[in-house]
Design a protein around this ligand. Structure first.
Ligand code: DGT
Ligand code: CA
Ligand code: CA
Ligand code: ZN
Length: 572
């Protein structure tokens, strides 16, 4: 029972209680804990194993009542309370509630009055136009729910990069502990750093194949084994993802990496080039007749085909091939080029950690600077900062900056709401005191393309604004982006020296990589922010760099690579 699974049970309970019209405070307790756990770094089952139920009740937001339920979940894998709750409501209402955009009242209506029990039934019902005949419902709700079904179907199949990536790393670390492995690496969509991952593909070189397969199929993370062979095995993981492992010989691994990194379209184009040259390419090597001319090194495959080696993140079966032919692939920003993080929440708003903890985390990672960017005053749900609290925070930042002088620079930042009329959330005399002002949209998502674009352009007129945060508002698999006119924002960003944020939160990854690539053509600069609400989330930076690379960005395009001097200059 992972935290992720516990969170979904908590959310399910809170939704079912809402449907029942139960006490608000009771419901909120479940919601609050679920939100808190989403960025909690320790597994509850480990804490329980070590310290028992008392370990659980020490955790903030976790009272004794819920702790008992969590214990039952960990011990038995299910919860009687939840089963009973479900029985007292229309059948399968919990399934209906998983549809993005579905509220508890509507779910109850659909289950109770119309006896809808499956997603397929729901889809049919919505398409029949019967919902709009119910008082208070219209075509709009039908459309919204149909969209929700579409998102749900996608989300069922694909996991977020930020869920799959740590799992793949964990698999690799665990296997290395148990077996003597010569080489092991992820391939597939994970290596390409796609937004979402269908399944995890792992490639390895290992002399003791049998032992590696035994270890892989008996990992603690494994739920059930799909297939176990000498060179390939597949498993379903507890987290709902499938993982494959394939073992190759040393003289094949480069070709295997090329083949299994994909994507498919890229591979088709690469194979066409090979064929034109009278060569054959497969996952074991590049061959001229029976003679292998490349196979051990991935770069050699590309080289022998007359191409510059293409970074995995660019392998999409598009123009990367043409660029590689002309040897025009840019030197992409590297995962080690990052000198700081520009989007961090502290406990002054809705983060968990204090400024000093965050500073130490930055130092631990070798950063030269981090920006504390809490929420602004009007975002009450996230405990947005009043001017009074801001002053307290600045005082604290000054103290920490003094204490860790020459080790790290803590920027006084803010993630200011962009209000519906495009104004920022504080008067200019406050805004001017920040080192870094990010403007983000957190409310009023329903504006049309023109209104939304104008709202953002208006915010960019504020001379203290330096960054537009998570520009499209999308939540992958959950909320569609609102529409905006990217080009007019790109042009204004360049003119006003405003950077666009690559928000590295796994569910956001916003601005999307296709627009990063587009923006770069206009000369836009980008800033990567993890949007951390806890120090451990500094890890998300790799997803941000992955997105930057997929957007063809170089070191010079990303502000996080700047030295302190250069950063200060940019901020002026
Ligand atoms: P995913 O798992 O849906 O997120 O995406 P991938 O790209 O990881 O796809 P997957 O796991 O089905 O296969 C891994 C790679 O193996 C894929 O990117 C390219 C290669 N591959 C798989 N099947 C084929 C195929 O039929 N033809 C070619 N040329 N390559 C394939
Ligand atoms: Ca895959
Ligand atoms: Ca696969
Ligand atoms: Zn935000």
């Amino acid at each position: 029972m992972t935290n992720q699974q516990i969170i979904s049970v908590l959310n399910e309970i809170s939704e079912l209680l809402t449907v029942k019209g139960e006490n608000k405070f009771k419901i909120r307790a479940y919601e609050k804990l679920a939100r808190f756990l989403a960025s909690y770094p320790y597994e509850l089952k480990d804490i329980y194993k070590e310290k028992g139920i008392n370990g659980l009740t020490e955790i903030p937001n976790l009272g004794e009542g819920i702790a008992k339920k969590i214990v039952e979940l960990i011990d038995k894998g299910k919860l009687n309370y939840l089963e009973e709750l479900k029985k007292s409501l229309p059948e399968n209402i919990d399934l209906l509630l998983k549809i993005p955009g579905m509220g508890p009242k509507t779910a109850f209506l659909l289950g109770d009055k119309f006896k809808i029990k499956t997603i397929a039934e729901l889809e049919k019902f919505l398409l029949s136009g019967k919902l709009r005949e119910v008082k208070g419902y219209g075509e709009k709700v039908e459309q919204k729910l149909l969209k929700g079904i579409e998102l749900y179907k996608k989300g069922e199949k694909r996991k977020l990069l930020g869920e799959a990536y740590p799992i793949a790393m964990k698999i690799i670390i665990e296997l290395k502990k148990m077996v003597n492995i010569d080489f092991i690496t992820p391939a597939g969509s994970l290596r390409r750093m796609e937004d979402t991952i269908g399944d995890i593909d792992i490639l390895a070189i290992c002399k003791d194949k049998q032992k590696l397969m035994d270890a892989f199929t008996t990992l603690e993370l494994v739920d059930n084994v799909i297939a176990k062979g000498e060179k390939k095995s597949s498993v379903h993981l507890m987290s709902g993802i499938q993982a494959d492992i394939r073992i190759f010989n040393k003289d094949e691994i480069g070709a295997a990496l090329q083949y299994f990194t994909g994507n498919k379209e890229h591979n088709v184009l690469i194979r066409e080039i090979a064929v034109k040259k009278g060569l054959t390419l497969n996952e074991y090597g590049l061959f001229k007749g029976n003679k292998k001319i490349a196979g051990e090194k991935e770069a050699d495959i590309y080289k022998k085909l007359g191409l510059k080696c293409i970074p995995p993140e660019l392998r999409l079966g598009g123009e990367e091939i043409q660029f590689a032919m002309k040897r025009n692939i840019p030197e992409l920003i590297d995962y080690n080029d990052i000198k700081g993080d520009f989007h961090i929440h502290s406990k002054y708003s809705d983060g968990k950690d204090d400024i000093e903890t965050l500073a130490k985390e930055g130092i631990k990672r070798g950063y030269s600077y981090i920006a504390i960017t809490d929420h602004s005053v009007s975002l009450k749900v996230a405990n947005g900062l009043s001017v009074e609290n801001l002053e307290k925070q600045w005082y604290e930042i000054d103290r920490i900056n003094k204490k860790y002088k020459n080790k790290i620079w803590i920027l006084k930042g803010i993630e200011s709401d962009i209000l519906p009329d495009g104004s920022l959330d504080y008067p200019d005399e406050i805004l001017q005191k920040f080192d870094l002002v990010i403007g983000s949209i957190h409310t009023h998502f329903k504006m049309d393309k023109k209104e939304m674009t104008e709202r953002i352009l208006k915010a960019m007129d504020n001379k203290y604004l330096k960054v537009i945060g998570h520009i499209s508002g999308r939540l992958i698999n959950f909320r569609e982006p609102y529409e905006i006119d990217y080009v007019s924002i790109f042009k204004k960003a360049v003119k006003k020296n405003i950077a666009l944020e690559i928000n590295a939160q796994p569910e956001r990854l916003d601005i999307a990589d296709i627009y990063i690539k587009e923006g770069k053509k206009y000369g836009v600069k980008f800033i990567i922010g993890t949007d951390s609400h806890i120090a451990e989330s500094f890890d998300y930076i790799i997803y941000g760099v992955g997105k930057a690379r997929r957007g063809w960005l170089e070191e010079k395009d990303v502000i996080n690579t700047y030295t302190i001097e250069k950063l200060r200059h940019w901020l002026m």
